[in-house]
Design a protein around this ligand. Structure first.
Ligand code: NIG
Ligand code: FE
Length: 441
């Protein structure tokens, strides 16, 4: 067990004043304070020799004190035991030796939309490619038609089911993009639903404005005119409090890096962070552009070059990998994992929940795919759904278990953290804490 003394106190006043306490827990903290360092192998040429290093930042036989929705104290079970009599039974959670991770964070989703595209799934199994379907007016544009036609209540009801599936697996923060509206009203409708979902379920929702996702049919052959509209709508929706970040789809079948640059300029003028769907099908310079704007993340990345990885490392841009889309599209080109490791770029893993390329509402399965398809280690994948996903959303108080961080936690009935990536289809969640409140009791 790693030394815990410098974040602990046994001062009786402090030790008896928590709103909630957790005892008998094994913690996967993902905190450097407790020895977490996912880059240790690349730093030490393959030899994990650092004495302070603890995989997963793990602390065994630990206790936590929570106050006002924040992690107020972390220490050993023995330090907490003398103070137990000050607490009511309802304030004490006995983890009985189970594991606690930070609440999971799904940092790239298109969860809000109407309709579905199982017809395209079927067409692909009859030989059509994703690009063929997009060229024939299907793909993203098919979901745009369904989303434009649906009422806000219908979109909410359909999206809520997907969110609940993620919440049941310990997701306490999620990013949700627009991008199936491609007109002002429908982009607004999607972002409003995203906010409503966050309010109803008391989870953190980061919204991303993704109007530069595809060319709507009414702008056929007028991509530059459409981008002008995208630039005009952004300040309007931002003023309405609907936008936390700005995204785009930089690809031959979508928008060029020069077109995306125009949108990023508006984002910069509004002080909004940027991110991008980049290098999914080809390399047209998306990640270099994100790095130039000090973006939060560059996402997909199968075709990313080492030169652009260096730019991402320099700008501290997270590489968000999306194995669900890789799997659904039966992609064979792997993202450049070894080069990302070599340059110590933070890697996040997400569902990319969307109706076309990743109809996936299980972050645990995305994590399993991250290991099996992308050869990531369980520690890398779990960091990718916690601390690095928090970085990808610019959330400095989430994604790790540390004093001062938000009390968003997931309690799992598992023997070791790797179980979360290893098991397929079994949900070992025991309880979830959001902002200091247990949801299952
Ligand atoms: O992340 N790449 C672009 N956007 C989505 C696909 C959306 C869709 O096909 O509906 C993605 O893969
Ligand atoms: Fe996506």
């Amino acid at each position: 067990m790693t030394n815990t003394t410098n974040q602990t106190t046994t001062d009786t006043t402090t030790m008896t004043s928590f709103d909630q306490i957790i005892i008998n827990a094994n913690l996967a903290t993902f905190s450097a304070h407790y020895g977490f360092d996912v880059h240790i192998d690349s730093k030490e040429n393959g030899k994990s020799t650092s004495a302070d290093h603890a995989p997963y930042g793990q602390l065994e036989n630990a206790a936590i004190g929570i106050k006002e929705g924040t992690i107020a104290w972390i220490g050993s079970n023995e330090q907490m035991t003398p103070h137990l009599s000050h607490y009511q039974a309802a304030q004490i959670k006995d983890a009985v030796g189970n594991w606690i991770t930070p609440g999971l964070i799904d940092c790239h989703t298109h969860l809000v939309y109407a309709g579905n595209r199982s017809n395209e799934f079927e067409a692909r199994l009859h030989g059509a490619s994703y690009q063929d379907i997009a060229a024939q007016g299907g793909g993203i544009v098919a979901t745009v038609s369904a989303t434009r036609a649906a009422s806000i209540e219908e979109i909410f009801a359909q999206s809520e089911k997907r969110l609940l599936a993620l919440i049941k697996e310990g997701v306490t923060s999620i990013e949700i993009k627009s991008g199936y509206g491609l007109d002002l009203d429908t982009e607004r409708k999607m972002l409003t639903v995203a906010r409503q979902l966050g309010d109803k379920y008391d989870i953190h929702v980061s919204t991303s404005y993704l109007a530069a996702h595809a060319l709507p049919p009414e702008y056929k052959d007028r991509a530059d005119d459409y981008i002008e509209q995208v630039c005009e709508w952004l300040p309007i929706l931002h003023k309405e409090g609907l936008v936390d970040a700005v995204d785009g789809f930089c690809e031959n079948i979508a928008f060029s890096s020069e077109q995306i640059r125009r949108v990023f300029e508006v984002a910069r003028s509004l002080g909004l962070p940027v991110k991008l769907h980049s290098e999914q099908l080809s390399d047209i310079g998306g990640s270099a552009l994100v790095a130039e704007y000090q973006g939060l993340s560059s996402d997909h990345l199968e075709h990313l070059s080492e030169a652009d990885i260096e730019k991402m490392a320099a700008s501290n841009t997270v590489a968000v990998l999306l194995p669900g889309a890789f799997y659904t599209l039966r992609d064979t080109k792997l993202p450049p994992i070894d080069a990302l490791r070599k340059h110590q770029v933070a890697i996040a893993i997400s569902t990319d929940c969307n109706p076309g390329t990743s109809p996936l509402t299980s972050l645990l399965l995305a994590m399993n795919m991250g290991c099996t398809l992308f050869y990531l280690t369980p520690e890398e994948v779990l960091a990718g759904a916690t601390i690095n996903a928090a970085q990808a959303l610019g959330l400095s108080k989430k994604g790790r278990i540390e004093v001062g961080c938000d009390a968003d936690l997931a309690l799992w009935d598992i023997t070791r953290p790797a179980d979360l990536c290893y098991q397929i289809g079994l949900n070992p969640i025991e309880d979830i804490m959001r902002q200091g409140q247990w949801s299952k009791g």
